[in-house]
Design a protein. Sequence first.
Length: 131
Amino acid sequence: MPHVTEEIWAQLPRREARLIVAPWPEPDERFAEDLHALDSAQEAAAIFRRSGVRAELTGDDLRIFEAVVRPDRVRTDGNADAEVERLRQEIARAEGMLTNERFTSKAPAEVVEAEREKLERYRRELDAISN
Protein backbone atom coordinates (compact mmCIF):
# COMPACT_ATOMS: atom_id res chain seq x y z
CA MET A 1 0.00 0.00 0.00
CA PRO A 2 2.76 2.58 0.57
CA HIS A 3 3.64 2.39 -3.13
CA VAL A 4 0.05 3.02 -4.15
CA THR A 5 -0.25 5.92 -1.71
CA GLU A 6 2.97 7.45 -3.02
CA GLU A 7 1.73 7.15 -6.60
CA ILE A 8 -1.60 8.79 -5.79
CA TRP A 9 0.23 11.59 -3.97
CA ALA A 10 2.48 12.18 -6.99
CA GLN A 11 -0.56 12.60 -9.24
CA LEU A 12 -2.14 15.32 -7.08
CA PRO A 13 -1.63 18.93 -8.20
CA ARG A 14 1.09 21.09 -6.61
CA ARG A 15 3.08 18.22 -5.12
CA GLU A 16 6.76 19.05 -5.42
CA ALA A 17 8.22 16.41 -3.13
CA ARG A 18 7.63 12.73 -2.62
CA LEU A 19 5.15 11.93 0.14
CA ILE A 20 7.72 10.07 2.19
CA VAL A 21 9.83 13.24 2.58
CA ALA A 22 7.03 15.81 2.51
CA PRO A 23 6.58 17.92 5.64
CA TRP A 24 3.75 17.01 7.98
CA PRO A 25 0.75 19.25 7.23
CA GLU A 26 -0.12 22.01 9.68
CA PRO A 27 -3.53 21.73 11.39
CA ASP A 28 -6.31 23.76 9.81
CA GLU A 29 -7.93 25.99 12.45
CA ARG A 30 -11.30 25.62 10.72
CA PHE A 31 -11.50 22.10 12.14
CA ALA A 32 -10.24 22.86 15.67
CA GLU A 33 -13.64 22.18 17.24
CA ASP A 34 -13.63 18.67 15.77
CA LEU A 35 -10.26 17.75 17.28
CA HIS A 36 -11.79 15.46 19.91
CA ALA A 37 -14.81 14.28 17.91
CA LEU A 38 -13.85 10.59 18.12
CA ASP A 39 -12.65 10.49 21.73
CA SER A 40 -15.82 9.03 23.27
CA ALA A 41 -16.19 6.38 20.55
CA GLN A 42 -12.52 5.40 20.94
CA GLU A 43 -12.84 5.18 24.70
CA ALA A 44 -16.01 3.09 24.41
CA ALA A 45 -14.21 0.76 22.00
CA ALA A 46 -11.30 0.32 24.42
CA ILE A 47 -13.68 -0.46 27.29
CA PHE A 48 -15.65 -2.93 25.18
CA ARG A 49 -12.57 -4.72 23.88
CA ARG A 50 -11.07 -5.03 27.34
CA SER A 51 -14.16 -5.98 29.34
CA GLY A 52 -17.06 -6.68 26.99
CA VAL A 53 -19.03 -3.86 28.63
CA ARG A 54 -20.76 -1.35 26.36
CA ALA A 55 -20.60 2.31 27.30
CA GLU A 56 -23.70 4.41 26.70
CA LEU A 57 -23.35 6.21 23.37
CA THR A 58 -25.74 8.17 21.16
CA GLY A 59 -25.79 9.72 17.72
CA ASP A 60 -22.64 9.69 15.64
CA ASP A 61 -20.59 8.22 18.50
CA LEU A 62 -22.85 5.15 18.57
CA ARG A 63 -22.84 4.84 14.77
CA ILE A 64 -19.03 5.03 14.64
CA PHE A 65 -18.64 2.58 17.54
CA GLU A 66 -20.92 0.00 15.91
CA ALA A 67 -19.29 0.40 12.50
CA VAL A 68 -15.75 0.01 13.79
CA VAL A 69 -16.08 -2.38 16.74
CA ARG A 70 -19.00 -4.40 15.37
CA PRO A 71 -20.16 -5.58 18.79
CA ASP A 72 -22.89 -7.73 17.22
CA ARG A 73 -20.15 -10.04 15.86
CA VAL A 74 -18.47 -10.53 19.24
CA ARG A 75 -19.75 -12.87 21.92
CA THR A 76 -19.18 -11.30 25.28
CA ASP A 77 -20.35 -11.83 28.79
CA GLY A 78 -19.52 -8.25 29.77
CA ASN A 79 -20.04 -7.84 33.47
CA ALA A 80 -20.59 -4.12 34.04
CA ASP A 81 -20.58 -4.50 37.82
CA ALA A 82 -17.20 -6.23 37.77
CA GLU A 83 -15.76 -3.57 35.46
CA VAL A 84 -17.10 -0.76 37.66
CA GLU A 85 -15.51 -2.41 40.70
CA ARG A 86 -12.20 -2.88 38.87
CA LEU A 87 -12.17 0.78 37.84
CA ARG A 88 -12.98 1.92 41.38
CA GLN A 89 -10.05 -0.14 42.68
CA GLU A 90 -7.73 1.33 40.04
CA ILE A 91 -8.89 4.85 40.93
CA ALA A 92 -8.28 4.21 44.63
CA ARG A 93 -4.82 2.79 43.89
CA ALA A 94 -3.86 5.72 41.66
CA GLU A 95 -5.21 8.29 44.11
CA GLY A 96 -3.25 6.61 46.89
CA MET A 97 -0.05 6.79 44.88
CA LEU A 98 -0.59 10.43 43.91
CA THR A 99 -1.34 11.51 47.47
CA ASN A 100 1.79 9.72 48.73
CA GLU A 101 4.35 12.51 49.02
CA ARG A 102 7.24 10.04 48.92
CA PHE A 103 6.06 8.74 45.54
CA THR A 104 5.45 12.17 43.99
CA SER A 105 8.74 13.61 45.23
CA LYS A 106 11.02 10.66 44.43
CA ALA A 107 9.52 9.18 41.26
CA PRO A 108 10.58 10.63 37.91
CA ALA A 109 8.25 13.38 36.67
CA GLU A 110 7.14 11.31 33.66
CA VAL A 111 6.10 8.41 35.94
CA VAL A 112 4.02 10.73 38.12
CA GLU A 113 2.45 12.33 35.03
CA ALA A 114 1.67 8.89 33.56
CA GLU A 115 -0.07 7.95 36.81
CA ARG A 116 -2.14 11.16 36.65
CA GLU A 117 -3.13 10.38 33.07
CA LYS A 118 -4.16 6.83 34.04
CA LEU A 119 -6.24 8.21 36.90
CA GLU A 120 -8.06 10.57 34.53
CA ARG A 121 -8.63 7.72 32.04
CA TYR A 122 -10.03 5.46 34.78
CA ARG A 123 -12.39 8.23 35.89
CA ARG A 124 -13.59 8.84 32.30
CA GLU A 125 -14.16 5.11 31.78
CA LEU A 126 -16.06 4.82 35.06
CA ASP A 127 -18.26 7.76 34.05
CA ALA A 128 -18.83 6.21 30.61
CA ILE A 129 -20.09 2.86 31.90
CA SER A 130 -21.85 3.90 35.08
CA ASN A 131 -24.30 6.33 33.42
